[in-house]
Each structure stands twice: as structure tokens, then as C-alpha cells.
Design a protein around this ligand. Structure first.
Ligand code: AMP
Length: 431
């Protein structure tokens, strides 16, 4: 295995990563950095947690930092496109910490916040711009961004862009970039739409594929609790009070409403927590994330979209308060713990409506999950199945009426006859 010292990175970058405590490159860094330093295009099949941010940022900073050129107003030298605001902010934070000793300018642009600050940064010209597609297009359409000096384009989490419906926006951005540039595309999976995009975008790329999280989740102790839906809040409180070695806990719910409700239960029990989901303002999300990261509160409740890219090193436990619809999401969620080689615990709740999701997860990870019966709200599988089985419907009032009508088969006929008689009488009067 190579060491960082063997890589041709600027000395100030090496110093910065040593300060961050990185001793040796992760596999994706080891396999991609030497090629990227030579200016090659790259297709990286890797997800968050593998060290991919440093894999693309370190050679980028080295390349831009080793030249004396400074970007002209509204020009950007490198563009990093990523699907969520959280990821964009985290990439920028990483870049700033890796480029500490260098005079590189960087900024993030994403929606949900005012334009003014972003426009001000763009007006000065930027070495590195990190953006989500919607706001970037807005600013491009208004003429605030020029790509004449663009050297590097990085498309991060391409498959997530596809899932979130951003692919068309991404293509619109790409159309306006100069042909000559170094291009990197990262994606955790390679669905058809992304293969097509990679083929049209990359020139003779180096392909690096790192072990998917599915393999690395081996380090995570996983268990499941069978529980009636109504008992989930109590089970959560029970676990938070009884579980050993809890440092910080990321709780996933399926819906924003569910996230708010879980927060309410915890606050009522006097447990301070943060929450992030799509209805929270950017400011509130950042505050919650920062509070969690700094240890101000040890619990963060999140929905899946909002959780993309949550990069907090010390998550000791992930709790799936609800099981996800897509079993792949289960793997992404629990991968938030056991980051950068650590171990972690993943606890999932499964109520009567989630038994089929539980089966899908087991199928997907090709592993039987350990059902923990040693908790006060344990409900066996059969009872849950019975609870979920639809009960035979009670005859409604209308049905009852219909049934009684059917019991008197001549009823309809007699009422028709009555009507006819009345009509005839009326007609007779008129005549
Ligand atoms: P990423 O996949 O980019 O989200 O990175 C996952 C985590 O690994 C982040 O917390 C990084 O700070 C950390 N990390 C990245 N590279 C290294 C390294 N070479 N050694 C130790 N930790 C690293």
C-alpha cells in the first residue's frame, strides 16, 4: 500500500491531511490519485464513506494550487456538481481543510437560500465551485458564471442525480462546459442512464471500483426488533436508556411527519435531539447537523433524502425507526455508522406493516438479521402477521339496506308499479 508521502501532492496538502489524522490513503484514493494527478478522466464507482471526496479533492487542489493563475470575475476553474445541499457543504468544508495553506477560493451554491451571497462570490471569480444543479442553472442562465477557464469538472453521486430527477438539469449544465477539460464521474451504482452519460462525457477514463458498502457492512452489528407500531416510541426510549456504548445516534424515519413525531417523543422525555428533513430550512438543517457533529446533542433524526451525505465520523448507532421501502437504502443508512474503519451498531424496528420490508432487507444483504427478543415490547412475528391481516369488513349501513331489499324481491317491482299509477292519475287529470 502506498503512503500519502509517496503521492505527488503539494506539501501543504500533505500537511493538512496529516493534521486531519489520515495516515494512509483509502483504496479509492490509492487507485485514483496518481491517475488524476496526470490529468486523466476517471469513472469512480464508489459511495460515500469510502473516502471519495478526498480522492477527487486532493489532486484537484494540487493541480489548481500549483499554478499561479487566478480566475477572472465570474469564471470558475473547477466545478463540482453534487445532488444535495448537505453534500455540497461537506465537500466545501473538506476542500477548505485540505487547501488550508493555499490561496484558493471556493464557494457553494444551492437552492433554498438567498442568491446575493452566492452572486457576490461568483463575481470575484472562483477556483472551485461546488453546486447543486437547480441553483447552478439559475445562476448560469442569469449570466453569473463563465466557464472559459474551466479545467476540471466533477460529477458526484451521478446515480443519486438520476434518482432525484436531476439528470436533465445535469445534462443542461454539461452542454455549456468547454470540451477540453478533465472530467471525473462518481456513482455508487451504474444504472443504464449513467452508463450512457459516462460514455458521452469521459475520454478514455481510468475506471476505479471500490468494495461496495454491502461488503463493508460486515463490521456493523445488526439487529432487529419486532414491535407493534404503537409501541415504537416506547421501544425507542427503552433502547436509548439501556443500550451500551451509545455515543451518538442517527435515527431514520420514512416520512418528515414521522421525523417530527419522533422528535416530539424524545423532547417530551427530556432528550435533546436534532432533526433534518426536506421541510426544514437550510439554516435549520445546518444548525441541527452542526449540533450533532459537535456533540451538543447526541441524537439526530433524519429522513433518507436529507441524510444523503451526512458525514459524521462518530455515529455509534443507527436506528431505523421505520424500515425503508428500498432495501438498498437500508445499506446506505446503516453505512452512516462504521465510517472510516470504525465499528457500529444498527438497530431496526419492524412493525406489523413492515414484515415484507424486513424480508426484502434480508434478501438484499444475503444475511439473516438477528431478532432481539430481549426487550419489553417484543411481539412475535405471528402476532404481528395477524395484526396486519385485513379484518373482514362489517356490513355497512348501505349494505344492510341492500341486503334487506334483496330479501324482498318484489319490493322494487311494487315501487315501480306505484310510480306508474301516480303518473297515470296525473296524466288523467291533465287530459
Ligand atoms: P467520504 O467517502 O469522502 O464521505 O469520506 C468518508 C470519511 O472518511 C470522511 O469522514 C473523511 O474525513 C474520512 N477519510 C477520507 N480519507 C481518509 C483517509 N485516508 N484516512 C482516514 N479517514 C479518511
Amino acid at each position: 500500500m502506498v503512503n500519502f508521502s509517496a503521492l505527488d501532492l503539494l506539501p501543504s496538502i500533505k500537511k493538512a491531511i496529516a493534521e486531519k489524522g489520515y495516515t494512509k490513503p483509502t483504496p479509492i484514493q490509492e487507485q485514483s490519485i496518481p491517475h488524476l494527478l496526470k490529468g486523466k478522466d476517471l469513472l469512480g464507482i464508489a459511495q460515500t464513506g469510502t473516502g471519495k471526496t478526498a480522492a477527487f479533492s486532493l489532486p484537484l487542489i494540487s493541480r489548481l494550487g500549483s499554478k499561479k493563475t487566478r480566475p477572472k470575475s465570474r469564471n470558475v476553474r473547477a466545478l463540482i456538481l453534487t445532488p444535495t445541499r448537505e453534500l455540497a457543504s461537506q465537500i466545501e468544508e473538506n476542500i477548505q481543510s485540505y487547501s488550508k495553506g493555499l490561496k484558493l477560493s471556493s464557494a457553494v451554491v444551492f437552492g433554498g437560500v438567498a442568491h446575493a451571497k452566492q452572486i457576490k462570490a461568483l463575481n470575484k471569480g472562483l477556483d472551485i465551485l461546488i453546486a447543486t444543479p437547480g441553483r447552478l442553472l439559475d445562476l448560469m442562465d442569469s449570466g453569473y458564471i463563465r466557464y472559459d477557464e474551466l479545467e476540471v469538472f466533477i460529477l458526484d453521486e451521478a446515480d443519486r442525480m438520476l434518482d432525484m430527477g436531476f439528470l436533465n438539469d445535469v445534462k443542461k449544465v454539461i452542454k455549456q462546459l468547454p470540451k477540453k477539460k478533465q472530467t471525473l464521474l462518481f456513482s455508487a451504482t451504474m444504472p443504464k442512464g449513467i452508463i450512457g452519460l459516462a460514455n458521452s462525457l469521459l475520454r478514455d477514463p481510468v475506471k476505479v471500483e471500490v468494495t461496495p458498502e454491502k461488503m463493508t457492512v460486515e463490521k456493523i452489528a445488526q439487529r432487529i426488533h419486532l414491535v407493534k407500531k404503537k409501541n415504537k416510541p416506547n421501544l425507542l426510549l427503552h433502547i436509548l436508556s439501556k443500550e451500551k456504548n451509545i455515543k451518538s445516534v442517527l435515527i431514520f424515519t420514512r416520512t418528515k411527519r414521522g421525523a417530527n413525531k419522533a422528535l416530539e417523543y424524545l423532547e417530551e422525555a427530556g432528550i435533546r435531539s436534532g432533526v433534518i428533513h426536506g421541510n426544514k430550512s437550510q439554516n435549520a438543517r445546518e444548525k441541527a447537523l452542526e449540533g450533532f457533529r459537535s456533540g451538543k446533542f447526541k441524537i439526530l433524526i433524519a429522513t433518507d433524502i436529507a441524510s444523503r451525505g451526512i458525514d459524521v465520523d462518530h455515529v455509534s448507532h443507527v436506528i431505523n425507526y421505520d424500515l425503508p421501502e428500498d432495501p438498498e437504502v437500508y445499506v446506505h443508512r446503516i453505512g452512516r455508522t462504521a465510517r472510516a474503519g470504525r465499528e457500529g451498531v444498527a438497530i431496526s424496528f419492524c412493525d406489523q406493516s413492515e414484515l415484507s420490508l424486513f424480508t426484502s432487507v434480508e434478501k438484499f444483504i444475503k444475511k439473516k438479521l438477528n431478532v432481539d427478543e430481549d426487550q419489553p415490547y417484543h411481539t412475535d412475528r405471528q402476532t404481528l402477521e395477524e395484526l396486519f391481516r385485513p379484518k373482514p369488513k362489517k356490513a355497512s349501513q348501505n349494505n344492510k339496506r341492500a341486503q334487506s331489499r334483496n330479501r324482498r324481491p318484489n319490493n322494487k317491482k311494487s315501487s315501480v308499479r306505484k310510480k306508474r299509477l301516480v303518473n297515470r292519475k296525473k296524466q288523467g287529470k291533465r287530459r
